[in-house]
Ligand binder design. Structure first.
Ligand code: GLU
Length: 366
């Protein structure tokens, strides 16, 4: 038996575990998870909990219980969040802290760092952060989309060693085991590629929003930052005993051997491109990305409406994504630059203005 070599972990718990009947919260399945968190903390492992369940917990308070419109869901989340927090709080004899986040918070570098610092400070003071999406203020466009991806972003921000995603199934199967008897559990995933995504299929739970696909997206985000990621059966107490014994009770996605540095990872996996800079198909960039890889002559077209400092996608005319970059100029100015065929004007522009790309953040797409 080897106790796991973790300093810090993130555990993600979905709605199906917290409010299994959509009739308020129940501690039925949470006791073993809470026990796992307590045992981790007793072994000196810091834990961040990412918990869904506010919508499921609040649903029974509304006449429109089956209404799936965004407005009703946000109201349900708002009404249920407190009950979700209170349910967890009752299971611990240490303090918990509510942390509500949106994608807009995380894709803004300053706010991302502020979130990271707050989580670090909570952990240093032995307080258990309980993170959920701030559903009340999100719009469709800004939504992280699901707590699986949110948990990976939190794991990266907190530099966790492991991300544990509790599911209603014990891991990733070669096919949907409810439909295909020959489906078998995949214990280890070394590389997340299209074959792995193809196995994910659709959602398995009718209470939460995430299916296997969002769990794999989360694993891809986390492992590319060097964080080992587990999908385990959260309904089975044995999963947690096995984890504490250093065993893999479900699917383990192995950390990338050459993890991305944190600022690049943030740019690649957390930000949303606000527009596109289109370059020729022959355009290529070296491993060592610097801000002068792109000159005004290279830009063929500009798509979207963005401001200086925004993140945009550098892509080829054939659609291939080259890199996510931060521009020093707005779409308006770069559109003007793109229409200038005159070499002389372009040279003058490149000599007199700052580089088109900000040196700080350029992340090559795979
Ligand atoms: N924020 C949602 C809730 O608390 C959960 C979203 C999800 O399950 O992924 O109900």
């Amino acid at each position: 038996m080897n106790t796991p070599n973790w300093n810090r972990i993130v555990i993600k718990v979905g709605s199906a575990l917290i409010a299994p009947n959509r009739d308020g919260c129940s501690s039925q399945y949470l006791l073993s998870i809470a026990n796992f968190i307590v045992r981790c903390r007793m072994s000196g492992i810091q834990v961040v909990l990412v918990s869904s369940g506010s919508v499921a917990a609040g649903a029974h308070l509304f006449e429109q219980v089956n209404d799936s419109s965004i407005t009703i869901k946000k109201a349900m989340a708002s009404a249920g969040q407190q009950e979700m927090m209170a349910t967890w709080d009752r299971l611990f004899d240490f303090s918990t802290a509510q942390v509500l986040l949106t994608h807009a918070d995380l894709r803004n570098r300053d706010r991302y760092i502020s979130v990271r610092d707050t989580l670090d400070t909570l952990l240093e003071n032995d307080i258990l952060p309980v993170v959920n999406e701030n559903d009340t203020v999100t719009t469709d466009k800004l939504k992280v989309g699901d707590n699986d991806n949110l948990s990976a972003m939190v794991a990266t921000a907190t530099q966790a060693d492991a991300l544990i995603i509790c599911s209603d199934i014990d891991g990733l199967y070669t096919a949907n085991p409810h439909l295909d008897k020959s489906a078998r559990l995949i214990s280890d995933v070394i590389e997340i590629n299209s074959d792995i995504y193809a196995m994910a299929g659709g959602a398995t739970s009718d209470v939460g929003t995430g299916g296997m696909k969002t769990k794999i997206q989360a694993a891809e985000k986390a492992t590319s930052h060097g964080i080992q990621t587990f999908i385990v059966d959260g309904f089975n107490e044995q999963s947690f005993n096995q984890l504490l014994e250093g065993n893999n009770p479900g699917t383990l996605f192995h950390p990338h051997p050459d993890p991305m540095l944190e600022p690049m990872h943030w740019l690649r996996h957390t930000t949303l491109a606000q527009g596109e800079l289109v370059v020729a198909d022959e355009f290529s960039i070296d491993e060592d990305l610097t801000s002068d890889v792109l000159t005004s002559n290279d830009i063929i077209d500009v798509n979207g409406d963005f401001s200086a400092g925004d993140v945009v996608m550098l892509r080829k005319q054939n659609g291939e994504k080259v890199a996510k970059v931060t521009t020093n100029y707005s779409s308006c100015l770069l559109s003007f630059v793109a229409t200038q065929d005159d070499e002389q004007i372009n040279r003058t522009l490149d000599d007199t203005i700052d580089p088109i790309l900000s040196e700080k953040y350029i992340a090559k797409m795979e």
